[in-house]
Design a protein around this ligand. Sequence first.
Ligand code: 1GP
Length: 248
Amino acid sequence: MRVFDKLTKVVKDKGAGFIILIDPDRKNDKKLETLVENANRSGVDAIFVGGSLMMDGKFHERVAKIKALSNVPIIFFSGGANQLNEHYDAILFMSLLSGRNPQYLIGEQVVSAPIISDLKIETIPTGYLLLDGGGKSTVGFMSASHPIPLNRTDITEAHALAAQYLGMKLVYLEAGSGAQTPVPTETIQTLSEKVDIPLIVGGGIRTPEDAEKRVRSGASFIVTGTVLETSDNSSLMQELASAIHVKE
Ligand code: 1GP
């Protein structure tokens, strides 16, 4: 079954999907094994792998390691064409629609396309919207793009509709990794009423309560990264999974 169909089935069966983000950067070198093994037994539905900035040259090795250890699909959370390799089961083929920087709207995608075709990786077209969750996000800086203010649901809605009309399969509402404030439930509620494609919500989600509220407001997928890299609570992943899988 294709990865996108598996994800769709997760939403149907469990109410929403739980995806963890692993940044294959040097800062996570010693945590990869623990994170992936924990994901295998905690009800995680998929692993996003990628990031806006890699601080050494070992990320391809780390992606291979994640793939070898994982029981769930590994999806490339594209930080740029240079991070492509054969270890991904699918790629979120994203366009940073909230920005006006052509490199991230279409440039990286054109460079990536022939490589993806050669490697035969499934693509999941995704409209990526960066909202201002507070703190300067790496993605905002690296892409030289202005995030959408959190209180401008009208602007977010217009972008999400544009993603749908462009034929994208998902909309990613991103408050930025490590955001002080996650995407507000009101925004998710409004968008889920107006937009027909599933919403992925991530950035600054730290507790099972934060996650569950966003699912109940209409998010189809919740992504957490930072809190799992930094928390000492080894059962947090399991608690997040139970909170997100509202139908189980
Ligand atoms: C970032 O949405 C993801 O792209 C996850 O954010 O690291 O804040 O959980 P956090």
